[in-house]
Design a protein around this ligand. Structure first.
Ligand code: FMN
Length: 325
């Protein structure tokens, strides 16, 4: 209710600035003992009896934070207080980079959607690794999403993903190879059978602990490309994240997320489910308990959201887990 009252004011301000101010407040609270607990009390009770084990990791509930919200892993000690069953940080690139010119994040309020063209603003893998090494592990499983620096040559992609992974591997419970963000030129071209096979084999050579590695897919893949890509990746990945944002929309260039992505992301999940028995994380347009149930029924083992949180506020996750219970 409080969020509904402040939302009209927040939505008058620049979208990225609001995200930064909110994240800044949470980051300030992060080192304070008990901050997670306070956030948890403020956002009420979540659902019970939802724990499950997926790719060998135990999740207290299946509703996670999607990549892009906490790119540098600054909030992992407080965000579980919102009721998440897991967090995915990133995308993290090997070298630090600022991302695209601002403004680069836009709300489509009437549609419950966001368009972003952030372009992997990242502190880089060494800085993120240092931060993670200094903070206790979060109270829920942690996924780390791996991106590529702008201008990386396709032939260097396997090596760069593997180097990024090596710096971060001891901190994550699972990893995601992001070959589907629309805001890094050439990145999505890596979603071919041969490119993915190269990337995954190089990464698995650097993975002696057998941490689960998932591939995040674009909703804009043509059916034939999707089939080839899933068949190839399924040989050496432990699952898929379905899906990233879509470029098929009007208005500002960038990736569209939120409500208009829901049907498309659900369809893609059903298609991928029909192709593989591997674990799937369903993401795209989930905002309500009904959306969550629909995605799990469509074959997702776990689900994530980002844009639903922008519109629904900090109680969104617990509303969803209560509904699922
Ligand atoms: C502002 C913003 C930044 C994002 N950054 C990333 C990212 O760095 N890496 C990634 O894999 N996905 C990123 N995403 C995509 C989300 O993880 C998710 O796949 C997509 O937004 C669909 O989910 P949603 O409709 O619940 O937002 C970003 C999304 C938004 C809105």
């Amino acid at each position: 209710m409080l969020y509904d009252a402040v939302k009209p004011f927040l939505f008058k301000l620049d979208a990225e600035r609001v995200h930064e101010e909110m994240s800044g407040l949470m980051a300030l609270a992060a080192p304070v003992p008990g901050a997670e607990k306070v956030l948890s009390i403020l956002t009420g009770s979540g659902g019970k009896g939802l724990s499950k084990s997926v790719f060998g990791v135990n999740f207290p509930n299946p509703v996670g934070l999607a990549a892009g919200f906490d790119k540098d892993g600054k909030l992992i000690s407080v965000l579980p207080g919102l009721g998440f069953g897991f967090l995915e940080i990133g995308s993290v690139t090997l070298e630090p980079q600022p991302g695209n010119a601002k403004p680069r994040l836009f709300r489509l309020v009437g549609e419950g959607a966001v368009i972003n063209r952030l372009g992997f603003n990242s502190e880089g893998a060494r800085a993120v690794a240092l931060r993670l090494s200094m903070s206790p592990p979060p109270s829920v499983p942690l996924g780390i999403n791996l991106g590529l620096n702008k201008g990386t040559d396709a032939k260097d992609a396997p090596k760069k993903y593997a180097q990024t992974f090596k710096l971060l591997r001891k901190f994550g419970d699972y990893f995601v190879v992001n070959v589907s963000s629309p805001n890094t030129p050439g990145l999505r071209d890596l979603q071919t059978a041969t490119n993915l096979a190269d990337i995954l084999s190089t990464l698995q050579d650097a993975n002696p602990d057998h941490k689960p590695v998932l591939v995040k897919l674009s909703p804009d893949l043509a059916d034939a490309d999707l089939t080839a890509c899933v068949a190839s990746a399924a040989k050496s990945a432990q699952g898929f994240v379905v899906s990233n944002t879509t470029i098929q929309h009007e208005g500002e260039p960038g990736g569209l997320s939120g409500r208009p992505l829901k049907v498309r992301a659900t369809e893609l999940l059903r298609k991928v489910r029909a192709m593989t028995a591997l674990p799937l994380i369903g993401v795209g347009g989930i905002a309500t308990p009904e959306d969550a149930k629909e995605r799990l029924d469509a074959g997702a083992d776990l689900i994530q959201l980002y844009t639903g949180l922008v519109y629904g506020g900090p109680s969104t996750i617990k509303r969803i887990t209560r509904g699922l219970s």
